[in-house]
Design a protein around this ligand. Structure first.
Ligand code: ADP
Length: 438
């Protein structure tokens, strides 16, 4: 302030000196007045420069001003920079926060008091079928037109969640989306969505599985208890009693095989995949299952099948021996059980150019129509139900084979045509196959 007063005094004094130098009595006062006015105008111009700079709002383009105005410019520039930094920090924090919500597996939509979309993450947009950019500001009820959702919004009772059909891969396969609104702030709403398609599918599969297992066990149990009742109530001849006991033992065995396959499946599902561990001779595995198959053929087929090994170089395969044997013998036993007696069955291992290995079984059986092929490895899926039952099938064999193959990083393939036999194969990746040194 003192500087400004001195500056003003100097201007007035300079005006007065100029008036005195003019050598006119009245001009000293007029010169002092003119000096004072000149200073006020200059001060006003400096203030205008400052205001212009503030209006532009670019801190680095500040005017160079002396005295108080210079101090003001400096302090204002520092304040603007401080506020800018604060704003940048808040913006970065907001970006982080939004990125975290974007990464959420659940959908998040922010609605304003009128129900318009203020912000939505990509998950919500894809689950509810709108565009997270283009549809900002749109009424959510115009975009999600499911009647249950509109009724839910209108009722305003948001204590429960509702389920609607979301856009699926096909119109006939909608996704199942759970939605709940959470009011917050001044009549604003947070809409959360969750895709429960997979959970519901797993639940449906679990229910089907329990129903199938119960059905499979109930059939032999009913037969068994029927025989027990008959034997308890009617006196039987010895040969008839023996026949009944034989049939009862057959049913008990059927249940045993079913329970054993179920246990195998649950073990395969519940345990970690076998490591690289043991290297097993492919020929040893092949000979083992061939011998088993010939034994089975002799007990169930007349005449027995012609079962041959396809010649080829043996190699090492790595994995769990019992699992590989169980998968291979399931394929062999299917070939034997579904091919009429005397029919030809060939099995062997092949080494492919990419280093992968394949076990295959080709039979001269009835073959399988194309529409069944994709479903063969489902649990309890049977094409020929009566043949499966007659030959002691559980409907779980190919499910076990698929699990074993997948646990070893491989897969199951089927090539079949009605009336032209079938070829089932298990492929193992190159990492599980090693050539034998001659
Ligand atoms: P199953 O115990 O009934 O044989 P699988 O899971 O092993 O159960 O096989 C599923 C179904 O696939 C069988 O019920 C049968 O209808 C069909 N299938 C499997 N292997 C063959 C084959 N080699 N030839 C013809 N049909 C087959």
């Amino acid at each position: 302030m003192t500087r400004r007063a001195i500056e003003l005094a100097l201007w007035i004094a300079a005006g007065a000196v100029w008036g005195w130098a003019a050598d006119h009595p009245g001009w000293v006062f007029a010169g002092a007045l003119a000096g004072g006015l000149g200073w006020i105008i200059l001060d006003g111009l400096r203030a205008r420069q400052l205001l212009r700079w503030l209006a532009k709002g670019i801190p680095n383009e500040s005017p160079r001003l002396p005295g108080l105005w210079g101090d003001l410019v400096d302090r204002t520039r520092k304040l603007i920079k401080k506020l800018d930094k604060k704003a940048q920090n808040s913006e970065a924090r907001l970006d982080d926060f939004l990125a975290a919500i974007q990464a959420s597996p659940n959908g998040v939509v922010l609605l304003d008091a009128a129900g318009r979309i203020e912000w939505a993450n990509l998950t919500a947009a894809s689950q509810l079928g709108f565009d997270p950019q283009r549809d900002l500001g749109q009424y959510v009820r115009n975009l999600v037109r499911h009647p249950a959702f509109v009724a839910y919004l209108n009722a305003g009772d948001f204590d429960r969640e509702i389920q609607i059909d979301g856009p699926g891969p096909k119109p006939t396969q909608p996704t199942k989306i759970l939605l709940q609104v959470h009011p917050y702030g001044k009549k604003r709403k947070l809409l959360l969505s969750r895709d429960v398609t997979a959970v519901q599918l797993a639940e449906a599969m679990r229910r089907d599985f329990v129903a199938n297992v119960s059905h499979e066990i109930r059939t032999p149990l009913t037969v068994l208890s029927g025989f027990v009742e008959t034997m308890q109530s009617i006196p039987l001849e010895e040969d008839e009693r023996q026949r009944y006991l034989g049939l009862m033992s057959q049913q008990a065995q059927r249940m045993q095989v079913l329970v054993s396959d179920l246990l195998t499946l649950s073990r395969l599902e519940g345990s970690p995949a076998p490591g690289q561990g043991d290297w097993i001779d492919s020929d040893e595995l092949l000979q083992h299952v061939l011998q088993e198959a010939r034994g089975l053929s002799q007990t169930i087929a007349d005449p027995p099948h012609v079962i041959d090994a396809e010649s080829g170089r043996a190699f090492w395969v790595s994995g769990a021996k019992t699992e590989l044997l169980s998968a291979m013998s399931n394929l062999m036993s299917n070939a034997v059980r579904y091919t009429p007696g005397g029919g030809q069955i060939r099995a062997g291992w092949r080494l492919h150019a990419d280093g992968s290995g394949e076990f295959f079984v080709t039979d001269a059986g009835p073959g399988i129509a194309a529409e069944h092929l994709p479903r063969l490895t489902e649990r309890f899926y049977r094409v020929d139900r009566s043949r499966s039952r007659e030959t002691g099938g559980t409907g779980l064999g190919l499910a076990i084979v698929k699990h074993v193959a997948q646990r070893h990083g491989g897969r199951v393939d089927v090539q079949s045509e009605l009336g032209r036999g079938s070829t089932f194969s298990i492929s193992l990746p190159a990492s599980r196959v090693r050539r034998q040194v001659a």
